[in-house]
Each structure stands twice: as structure tokens, then as C-alpha cells.
Design a protein. Sequence first.
Length: 80
Amino acid sequence: MTTAPDQQPAQVGQPPTIIINNTSSSSASASAAAVVGGYGRLGRRRQSFWAHFWLFMFTAGIGNVFYAMHVARWNRARGM
């Protein structure tokens, strides 16, 4: 059996060693569970698009500033 000039012949010997590191920590699994929950998750409070939208519509943008400050203060107080 011959090989084409642009192909390498098959190597004979042991197959390569494949190492899969499947370690996880409790914090990684807890954060994944928190993300799956969506609303009601424990952790960092996020800015809401709809809250900003309605505040912009009814307060001409001033309410957005206070809402953003409230969320940032809430996260900072909890060290997030």
C-alpha cells in the first residue's frame, strides 16, 4: 500500500494520551444554579431594561439615574 505524496503514512504505536480534568468547586456549581433560576436568583442584582425604559418614559431620564444608583449601592453593600 502506498500513500499519496501529500499524505503522511499512518503512525504505528500507542494512541495519544488524553487527559480530561473534570473537577468542579461548590462555588462554580452554586453560581451555575443561580444563573439557571433567572429571576429570584441569589447574587448580584442586575439593571432591568424594562425598568429603565418606563423610568425614561415617565421621568425624562432622571429616574434612571436614581434606579442605577440604587442597584449599584445594593451590589456594593453586599460585596458584589
